[in-house]
Design a protein around this ligand. Structure first.
Ligand code: NAD
Length: 432
């Protein structure tokens, strides 16, 4: 292993141990950093060239939320209006001009948005571009001041690469496999209804849907009849006839999801109809970690159940995979919820329900690692589309106050200089 790989793997092991998380640990590290600055002050002074920063009471210093400029919003097909317009609201609120690129897969929405939305907005500042992969590739060659992308991790990587050419900042709202741990202590009927609702809503084509369940063998035995009951209650004994159960968006997507039905053993559902792009609400058991259904985001109405021996087993399973957009835990024991929350990492977290965390506007929504970069919703949407511009407004006079920072430098000027630049907190430190 190369020294760099060894170093990264050492730090990752420390990260997984959870030691950086307690407040006391963080404070101790910050105190240690403060000690470094105190004890090495002279060395630092000698080693660095004077590169001064300064803020005095005579100045006005503030952060101005500036719009980025011309931003690009690229949307997916699964909630084609919502995932285009919710970011748009933030971009407009922050004062940007916007190019919107809806998904070409949902053709009717794409056409509607392209033909009608510009009539409502100032056409000087807001435009809709209809584009497939090729044209979007060309669109991305242009310099934008911000790119907000919602879609798959693989296309997110393409978008980020294109953005990097212009050093354009990005928000990437991506997908992945959201784990759902069900502990032995819970109300099984409630869990089944909340999980089935989250998984089968929009025929499973939801980025925050629970992707798979982790639970004990005993819990699986109780959960299966409860899931069957919940599915029947929601969608009748024949979900195909239910006006509340959706279809897969296209033939290509249907083929992909249908192929995932061959993993494990079908405990509930499993029926399909290619003509209608119908896949019944399905629950799979005896699923192995290396089965196809566990290799990609399912994004369809299939719920695999994998058995684990304990909560720590579930945590290890989750931590061995990419960080998800959301992590779900069902337990009536607070300590179980707390343990999972403290020992894992994910974009969002929701205990004893599914999807509902993203309906709270005060909670920023976004992923981490493979599930995305950045956040939005509510005030966070405004923040996302705003550049935090630090500004110092200084008077043009009072030049004598500036004299200490000008060369030639002399030791007798140091106390005055220190007084002008020190940061007062628990202890005083001077950063050059
Ligand atoms: P996708 O990545 O295939 O497409 C998203 C957008 O990117 C579309 O507008 C498409 O035209 C464009 N695109 C596709 N290929 C491109 C390329 N090579 N170059 C440039 N642009 C390209 O995603 P999708 O199938 O529309 O949506 C499903 C994915 O989106 C799932 O992974 C899901 O989890 C994710 N998603 C995430 C969120 C979230 O908020 N995090 C919300 C909805 C969907």
């Amino acid at each position: 292993m190369s020294p760099h790989a060894e170093l990264v793997s050492r730090l990752r092991a420390a990260w997984l141990s959870g030691k950086t998380r307690p407040m006391e640990y963080r404070l101790a590290q910050l105190e240690a950093l403060g000690r470094f600055l105190d004890e090495k002050k002279q060395d630092i002074l000698e080693a660095t060239a004077a590169d001064m920063r300064k803020a005095t009471q005579l100045d006005s210093a503030f952060i101005r939320k500036d719009p980025y400029g011309v931003v690009l919003i690229i949307g997916p097909w699964n909630y084609p209006i919502n995932l285009l317009l919710v970011p748009l609201i933030g971009a407009i609120a922050a004062g940007n001009c916007v190019v919107m690129k809806p998904s070409e897969i949902t053709r009717n929405v794409e056409r509607l948005v392209a033909e009608t939305l510009p009539r409502y907005l100032d056409e000087d500042c807001f435009a809709v571009v209809t584009a497939g992969v090729e044209e979007t590739t060309r669109l991305l060659e242009n310099k934008f001041d911000y790119i907000f992308f919602t879609g798959s991790p693989s296309v997110g990587r393409i978008v980020m690469t294109a953005a990097a050419k212009h050093l354009t900042p990005v928000t990437l709202e991506l997908g992945g496999k959201n784990p759902c741990y069900v502990s032995d202590s819970c109300n099984v009927q409630n869990v089944a209804r909340r999980v089935a609702w989250g998984r089968f809503f929009n025929a499973g084509q939801t980025c925050v849907a629970p992707d798979y369940v982790l639970c004990s063998v005993e819990m699986q035995e109780k959960l299966l009849p409860a899931l069957r009951e919940a599915i029947t209650e929601f969608y009748s004994p024949n979900p195909r006839e239910s006006p509340d159960f959706g279809r897969i968006v296209g033939d290509r997507q249907f083929q992909r999801v249908q192929a995932l039905l061959h993993s494990g053993h079908t405990a509930i559902g499993g029926q399909t109809d290619a003509g209608e792009r119908y896949i019944a609400p399905t629950v799979l058991v005896e699923v192995q970690q290396d089965d196809p259904v566990m290799q990609e985001e399912i994004f369809g109405p299939i719920l695999p159940i994998l058995t684990v021996a304990s909560v720590d087993d579930a945590i290890a399973f989750i931590n061995a995979r990419e960080r998800p957009l959301v992590l779900y835990v069902f337990s009536s024991r607070k300590e179980v919820v707390k343990r999972v929350l403290e020992r894992t990492s994910s974009g969002g977290f929701c205990a004893n329900d599914t999807i509902m965390h993203m309906t709270i506007p005060s909670l920023p929504f976004g992923g981490i690692g493979q599930s995305g970069l950045g956040r939005y919703h509510g005030r966070s949407s405004f923040e996302t589309f705003s550049h935090q511009r630090s500004a110092l407004l200084r008077g043009a006079g009072r030049e004598t106050l500036n004299t200490p920072r000008y060369p030639p430098y002399a030791p007798h000027r140091l106390p005055l200089l220190r007084a002008a630049t020190e940061t007062k907190r628990r202890a005083t430190c001077l950063l050059l």
